[in-house]
Design a protein around this ligand. Sequence first.
Ligand code: GRF
Length: 214
Amino acid sequence: MSRRVAVLVSGRGSNLASLIEAAGAPGYPAHIALVVSNRPDAGGLERARAAGIEAVAIDHKLFPSRESFERALDGALNERDIDFVCLAGFMRVLTPWFVERWEGRMLNIHPSLLPLFRGTHTHERALAEGVLVHGCTVHFVVPELDAGPIVAQAAVPVVPGDTPDALAQRVLAQEHLLYPRALAMVCNGNARLEGGRVVFSESWEATGACRSPA
Ligand code: GRF
């Protein structure tokens, strides 16, 4: 059964685009039924509409509190019978109330190898620390920011002379491969949450939970 997925974005939506493309393939276990942005000018909304997907702006600035914004968001998701939520560059911190409502049904992609470099400016910080391997992570969302059980990671080598922009581009290319795979694994049951950890099926290697440099 194809799961009904909503993607939440705040910006350009390149990860959204990769999810839309992947979900269009025959046999993919999910389809993108809705895109929501807290920013009416987010490029991701246009991308969604161009693909024929319903795209809704719920402008957080029009709500008196974080809770009232989240109630509107939760309402929009429930009205459309959404099964699963993917955060893809969604730049609002979600309260425990919202996160708990979607517990085990909400994924995020983060541009670092968690638990390293939670928060923002991950590429600058990776370069400042001199790590030789950087990357990206897809994880279940829990109330603590950029924490939560890890579903998939891709490693990206840091090369001499790297800049934050160059590194970000190479990480982003991996994000575009990783997120669709992680979502598929969760939707088809190859990655399951059990006792606060992700348990993989025997075929996890084939499904690409862990990508590393050649
Ligand atoms: C990505 O780097 C993602 O990892 C982070 O925000 C960025 C979103 O980019 N959470 P895009 O809007 O998907 O292009």
